[in-house]
Design a binder for this molecule. Structure first.
Ligand code: PEP
Length: 257
């Protein structure tokens, strides 16, 4: 297996109640084989209310599917009504947590500072952050996609030591491609993902940069995933809408077939 095992992650967003989550995870478990898990890592990022159900299934049947949450509080406990903390996610054995998804940045005004605090909270409790970055359409049209995205990477990783940063997952998700059906061209995605790796080398070291997995996200489907995954700096996909269809998500996971 290569140094960077591809991470194929489904972001369910605010979909699937806990019963639907069980049925969906069972479908994935039934379809996926050891051969799939030898080739890639598979994860689902689920609503908080689904975590216990997914954990019970994964633990009980010793499934190789990883799971995690879509957000984390920057605080570990206290008077933060409605928030879910790192210790709570760790107790549910979450492997991953998305930080700074564009829908969080857009609808909940999450800044790079907030994302940075959430990345730190995740690491405090042994949950691997998937730091989501990417530009809006006017930024791309202005030719600023790379510097904009690199600033988000730098802001999100501020004061994160190398021992932690080497395990971070960065998801490059151009905002205009999320849920719109408009996929970013594979060459354009590679340009930004390559620049992200360059930024990691500058912030830390080339050795660390070579270890970090960089995903692409934005209207990934079985029909376009192979072209995207063929790019040298793209090490996985963060899949929204298409991950809600178990058969389609399995096809995406099997992008090499
Ligand atoms: C996402 O939610 O991170 C995403 C990329 O969504 P979609 O695949 O639907 O564009």
């Amino acid at each position: 297996m290569s140094i960077r095992t591809p991470l194929m992650a489904g972001n369910w967003k605010m979909n699937l109640n806990h019963l639907e989550a069980i049925a969906h995870t069972q479908k994935l478990a039934f379809a996926l084989t050891d051969k799939d898990f030898d080739a890639v890592e598979v994860a689902v990022l689920v609503p908080f209310t689904d975590l216990r159900s997914v954990q019970t299934l994964v633990d009980g049947d010793k499934l190789k599917i990883k799971y995690g949450a879509q957000d984390i509080s920057a605080h570990d406990s206290g008077a933060y009504t409605g928030e879910i903390s790192g210790p709570m996610l760790a107790k549910l054995k979450c492997a991953y947590v998305a930080v700074g998804h564009s829908e969080r940045r857009q609808y909940h005004a999450e800044t790079d500072e907030v994302c940075n605090a959430k990345v730190k909270a995740a690491y405090r409790h042994g949950v691997t952050p998937i730091l989501c970055v990417g530009e809006e359409l006017p930024v791309r049209d202005a030719g600023e996609a790379v510097p904009h995205t690199l600033a988000q990477v730098e802001g999100g990783l501020k004061d994160i030591p190398a021992e932690q940063a080497e395990s971070v997952v960065i998801a490059y998700e151009p905002v205009w491609a999320i849920g719109t059906g408009k996929v970013c061209g594979a060459d354009d995605a590679q340009e930004v993902c390559g620049a992200i790796r360059g930024k990691l080398a500058e912030l830390y070291s080339q050795e660390l940069a070579d270890k970090v997995r960089i995903q692409y996200g934005g209207s990934v489907k079985s029909g376009n995933v192979a072209e995207i995954m063929a790019k040298p700096d793209i090490d996985g996909a963060l899949v929204g809408g298409a991950a809600l269809d178990a058969e389609e998500f399995v096809k995406i996971i099997r992008f090499r077939d």
